[in-house]
Design a protein around this ligand. Structure first.
Ligand SMILES: [Zn+2]
Ligand SMILES: [Zn+2]
Length: 383
């Protein structure tokens, strides 16, 4: 672990010495980025993309193997010589700068979704092609077909043909490069550091709650769980509703919420009474829903943010008896999350508790599994 976990990169300007940027030239006819040559990585240029403007020279570039953290049948493995998939039509190779480890990654390791390949779906990087070439970008994780009925109804996150970055049939961001559909990319405003931008994906997931529910209907709100997502959900909810209480197990994590004026309580100190109009389960635990049922009023609402490996669920009888509304909630609006980061409506930097180089990714995963850590970052391109 580096001594100071919170580091704010310069938000503006070229990332690599000697790199003059390619924004005006999606064909990648830029100066060779010294960091690329130093790391032995070529600019991937296989195949034809929908941009259709590669030069002859880029067409012949081959994709060099990269450093990557992969999930194998034997568990996670750091691979110094990983052969990345070719860049498919409509995709943009993104040079990863920083990536974040999330609870979903830890669940994938335990067998959730049966995923194999490069882990990681929270990242900020530099687009190497397309309209955003040379710019810092973040990426929505659902790579949908844009042709089916659900995609046509603007429900692409539920496209049955989708792949999901680092989660389902698509390599993720714990690697030097990730291929992302152009339509999933968002340019990062210059005013945001990499360390802030890497929170866009989980923060967007938190903003999915106000997207799904009219929060003005709820007076007493409880967020269960003081971890990464619980913190972000609480901050988002508190922004529009006055009575938000976070119940957690870790005094140090609850203290971060106290610091931003959000009421907190330790689970052991709480008398479980059914007083909440809305409970948001961010525990990452199969028991979260059971606890939520003991806190929500009859006819109240529970939002489930937890995805866990395994099928063992709680008894659903209380849901029926008390006519509870259950709302599953997953990915959310990136534009809203970027706006909130820009306006400093949500404080994300205090969540960074450790950071590691990509080469130390196995250590980083171990750190993310310890209860003392909140957000663990991987520095893919060192400063
Ligand atoms: Zn995540
Ligand atoms: Zn579709």
């Amino acid at each position: 672990m580096l001594s100071n976990p919170v580091r704010v990169r310069a938000a503006v300007g070229p990332r690599f010495p000697g790199w003059r940027g390619c924004a005006a030239d999606p064909g990648l006819r830029c100066e060779t980025p010294s960091a690329y040559s130093r790391d032995g990585i070529s600019l991937s240029g296989l195949g034809t993309t929908e941009f259709g403007n590669e030069t002859e020279s880029t067409k012949h570039l081959t994709t060099t193997n990269v450093h990557a953290l992969t999930l194998t049948p034997d568990g996670p493995r750091f691979d110094r010589d990983y052969s990345p998939p070719r860049v498919r039509d409509g995709e943009v190779p993104v040079r990863v700068l920083t990536a974040g480890i999330c609870e979903t990654d830890l669940q994938l390791i335990k067998g959730y979704m049966g995923f194999r390949g490069v882990l990681g779906h929270e990242f900020v990087g530099i687009a190497e092609r397309g309209p955003f070439a040379g710019s810092r970008v973040v990426g929505e994780i659902n790579c949908n077909c844009r042709a089916c009925e659900l995609c046509g109804a603007e429900l692409g996150n539920h496209c049955p043909h989708r792949s999901v970055l680092g989660i389902l049939h698509h390599d993720g961001a714990f690697a030097e490069s990730i291929n992302v559909p152009q339509h999933c990319l968002h340019v990062v405003p210059d005013s945001l550091s990499d360390d802030e931008a890497v929170f866009t994906e989980p923060l967007a997931a938190a903003y999915q709650i106000p997207q799904q529910l009219d929060l003005s209907r709820f007076d007493q709100i409880i967020v269960l769980g003081d971890g990464r997502l619980g913190n972000l959900c609480a901050q988002v909810l508190r922004h529009s509703r006055p009575h938000v209480l976070v119940i957690g197990k870790h005094p140090s994590k609850l203290a971060l919420l106290d610091d931003v004026g959000i009421a907190t309580a330790l689970l052991n100190d709480v008398v479980l009474e059914r007083t909440a109009d809305l409970v948001v389960d961010c525990t990452g635990s199969p028991t979260g829903l059971t606890t939520a049922c003991r806190l929500v009023k009859p006819r109240g609402t529970i939002v489930l943010k937890t995805t866990v490996a395994g099928d063992s669920g709680p008894s659903l009888a209380p849901i029926v008896i008390d006519e509870i509304t259950l709302v599953g909630s997953r990915c959310g609006p990136f534009d809203r999350a970027l706006k909130a980061l820009q306006r400093r409506e949500v404080h994300v930097l205090p969540l960074i508790s450790a950071r590691y180089a990509l080469e130390q990714a196995l250590q980083a995963l171990k750190a993310a599994q310890t209860s003392s850590n909140l957000k663990v970052l991987l520095d893919v391109v060192p400063d």
